[in-house]
Design a binder for this molecule. Structure first.
Ligand code: HEC
Length: 207
């Protein structure tokens, strides 16, 4: 008898959880919101990193800037992830940081872009969105190689810069690029909990 009130309370709760999962997954309104938030996160990641990189290049030169980038890039990604509830990262087919290695979906999307230009017809980097079977929403955006990137990612990296890179990343694969080629991609993933939070904020009746 004592378990009766418990099960009565629990049952609708469980049913609700299932129903809300189904409505969050594939919900176009939530998807559009997650996409807009992802775009904003990618913009901020790019801006913050670019500012840190240019300051480090000016103050320390390319070899010294390698260490700054090694520290700053993961820190910015972690801060944006914590703040948003999404997983914010960069990935690449030929990564420098081994933790930037792509998962299956990231690899597929980037391979689709690698054969053409990372820039779309509108002059902006190409992007992609999709829902995963696990219920998460994903956003990716190509990162083109610019001339200033070549000092650390190009075909002729100076010996002192190469030494600094190998000191931090012995398995580095991220050299040999030319300007205009895709260097990698921003990749942002919203799991079900993060999507439900979006739904809650927007008062979408999925909850
Ligand atoms: C001073 C050297 C330096 C310059 C210049 C530089 N990078 Fe990097 N790049 C690095 C380092 C170091 C990492 C590894 C950072 C980390 O651990 O997340 C990295 C990582 C990356 C990654 C993440 C994927 C991976 O391979 O680990 C991308 C994407 C990337 N760089 C793009 C660029 C682009 C685009 C530019 C030009 C705007 C650029 N980089 C300029 C040093 C540099």
């Amino acid at each position: 008898m004592r378990s009766f009130p418990f099960s009565v309370l629990l049952m609708p709760g469980l049913l609700c959880a299932c129903a809300s999962d189904m409505r969050v997954h594939g919900n176009p309104e939530i998807g559009a919101d997650a996409e807009a938030r992802s775009r904003d996160l990618a913009d901020r990641f790019q801006k913050q990193l670019f500012a840190a990189l240019t300051a480090a290049l000016e103050q320390e030169g390319p070899a010294g800037a390698v260490g700054v980038c090694a520290e700053m890039a993961p820190a910015i990604a972690a801060q944006l992830s914590e703040e948003s509830g999404a997983v914010v990262r960069r990935t690449a087919l030929k990564p420098r940081n081994p933790s930037a290695a792509p998962d299956y979906r990231e690899q597929q999307v980037m391979e689709g872009w690698a054969s053409s230009s990372p820039m779309g017809a509108d002059g902006k980097p190409v992007s992609w969105t999709g829902w995963s079977d696990d219920g998460s929403f994903r956003y990716m955006r190509a990162i083109p190689t610019m001339p200033m990137c070549l000092v650390c990612h190009g075909e002729a990296v100076a010996p002192d810069v190469a030494a600094a890179i190998h000191a931090h990343y012995p398995g580095d694969r991220a050299t040999g690029f030319r300007a205009g080629e895709m260097r990698g991609a921003f990749s942002i993933r919203w799991d079900k909990v993060a999507l439900r939070r979006i739904a809650f904020r927007k008062r979408i009746p999925a909850l």
